[in-house]
Design a protein around this ligand. Sequence first.
Ligand code: ADP
Ligand code: MG
Length: 603
Amino acid sequence: MRREQDMHKPQAAATVIGHRQAPVAASRVPHSESIRTAGAATVAVGPSRGVLKRSTASAAPRGVNPKQAAVPKTVGVGASRRKPWDLKGKVNDMEDKIRNFQTKARSVNEEMEALKGSLSHSQSRVSQMEKEVEQQRSQISKYEIELQALSHVRQELEKVSSDKSFLQKELSNLEEKYKVMETLRDSQETELQALKMKLSVQESTMTRLQSTLRDREEEVHSLKEMVAEQKEELHTGEMERRRLHNTIQELKASQRSPGNIRVFCRVRPLVSGGLSKHIQLPASDDKSIVLAKTEESHTGKVADTQKNYNFSFDRVFGPQASQQEIFEEISLLVQSALDGYNVCVFAYGQTGSGKTYTMEGEEYDDTRGVIPRAVQQVFKAGQKLAAQGWEFTFTASFVEIYNETLRDLLYTGKASKRPEHEIRKMASNEVTVTNLTYEKVYTEDQVQGLIAVAKRNRSTAQTSQNDRSSRSHSVFQLHIEGVNAGRDVTCKSTLCLVDLAGSERMMKSQSQGDRFKEMTAINSSLSNLGIVITSLANKESHIPYRNSKLTYLLQGCLGGNSKTLMFVNISPESDSFGETLNSLRFASKVNDCVIGTASSNKK
Ligand code: ADP
Ligand code: MG
């Protein structure tokens, strides 16, 4: 647009007529400048009224007729010299002037046309340029978008380069590590070499040892075979021992009478400590006892007569015999129980004769009786047999039979809830008692504890009924079960240790009511015991086990398949003479019994 203004300037300059200005060489002026030059010529003519120079004509714009331009040449000269009267000349001058102006106007018009053409040209150029500008703008916006895209790319690039530098660092780290690893690998390789060497040495040692091991294994194998053979021999030996043990006992029993019932007599010491005259124990013989009764002469003229009652048993123990000595004699029987024979040990005798002392004894080691010692032996023997593959379980029960009623002596519950018991015979001929405590025992202490519980149970009963323990039988039973899994052998037996009720006979006149009932019960059960033993001895078809609770309970332990030992306990006091005689007679009757030959419960 500025250009456009510049282009109009010459036109405006042309209108300022009469302004004196030196003409400019036309040849050097561009097309547009030439227009101004024409204007300047016009200016020069007016005010100066001078002569038009030739140069003006030559400088006339294109399109201006040079002839027309040359006209004023004479006019100017004539006018300045015209005489005031020369009107015609003056008119001519005027006409010249007019012509001059007309020419001028034409040139101006031409100039105008030229300018118009130039203007439209310029306008078209301007619009073209506008278009160009527009194009360039769109181009610029395109470039801007591209630039934006490029800035993203740049950011990406920056990120990539930072990543790269990070990765380079990593790489250098890894390279360092790699170097370290390489050195490590090298050292390990040397180590490996050393180890390989060692290994090969050890491998050769190992082959050597393996061959030694094979030799040893063969040795062990042959030794094992030897051990097995020896075990077999041992087992055969053990079986032989049992057989011989049994034979010895049978022989012992048959020294007096054949059979399996043996009777020991034990005389209690006098409470005062002195000697009792009516009981004589021959020093040379430990199997005899003499009961002597001196009958005073009624007349006094003849000497007193003495009546002797001789008895002999399997053993007779005097008042000095210790609990240990007693047990040594019966320990063989206890061994039989472990070998699978049922064993019954009874203590028979009048109240106060020492039955409980013999069976239970007292708390201290020396005074301990048959039950704790037997249990101790059973446990010890069981442990020894374990080495030969035997495994034993022991179950204990303790029952009191009072007035033909059973009472559990191991019961520890409330007295009001004490259950009733019944004796049941199983299909296997084994006898069990309902609701009875059967306690598994593992140690001697445990058995001692059970004896204590039994004592407490008996003493509570005693407070309500005086001296009840002497009026009841107490039966301790240890059920033994042995398994030799390796040899597929089992054995089962019961060790019964019975403290019988007092055997004293009471005068019928002395006993009434409950006492009479009690007495009858005791008498009948003791006499039934005698009858059962005798019936067994006589091999009678019917054995009256069921006649009393005692024999019914013990039926499995009496008879053919059992070994029986009876202690007959004697009170040494002279006033017990009658009872002692009764006891010895009863025991003799039992001792004369032959109850077949026992066979063990081995399967
Ligand atoms: P029982 O049970 O037959 O009624 P006990 O065993 O209770 O008789 O004995 C009565 C008393 O005699 C007890 O005080 C007991 O300690 C004592 N006695 C029994 N036998 C012996 C003995 N061999 N040595 C020492 N004292 C004994
Ligand atoms: Mg007693």
